[in-house]
Design a protein around this ligand. Sequence first.
Ligand SMILES: [Zn+2]
Length: 77
Amino acid sequence: MSTVSCPQCFLAATVIDQFDLVSDSGQPIEHVRISCPASHHFLMARDRLTEPAPVADTALAAMLKSVSNLTAPVSLS
Ligand SMILES: [Zn+2]
């Protein structure tokens, strides 16, 4: 079972189904149904997903790091 990054929370989401859907141009496009630990469920084209997260905590740590970079410590002098 492969994992991908959840588009909403970036935790490691499990691919629970995958299949081809035919696009307007007649080309089959690979779609996946994914479910993440935060109960997000998506049905989307595989090529819209980001690369699989090797470790769930890595994506979460990166997200938390980027958030902490945005909020500079406030001095209450
Ligand atoms: Zn999620």
